[in-house]
Design a binder for this molecule. Structure first.
Ligand code: ZN
Length: 79
């Protein structure tokens, strides 16, 4: 099974939290064909955990990954 996924960043909805703290960002697993499709059509992508968001940038190595996505991703790989 060739599950091709990639982590991409979910764009943050900026909320004024009243401080300059850097909130850790999670990256979600999204299927590559969805990323390509979204880049062409501008559609939202659906992450493995169910989050829906527009594609922005790809994760850098070592970026924190959404725990829900991670779980689903591991489950997929087992099959
Ligand atoms: Zn996720």
């Amino acid at each position: 099974m060739s599950t091709s996924t990639q982590t991409i960043e979910r764009p943050e909805i900026r909320e004024d939290l009243g401080n300059d703290q850097d909130v850790p960002k999670f990256f979600h697993y999204v299927k590559k064909d969805q990323i390509v499709d979204s880049a062409v059509s501008g559609k939202m992508v659906v992450a493995l955990c169910g989050e829906t968001f527009p594609v922005t940038k790809q994760a850098k190595p070592g970026s924190p990954v959404c725990p829900d996505c991670e779980r689903v991703y591991r489950g997929l790989r087992k099959k």
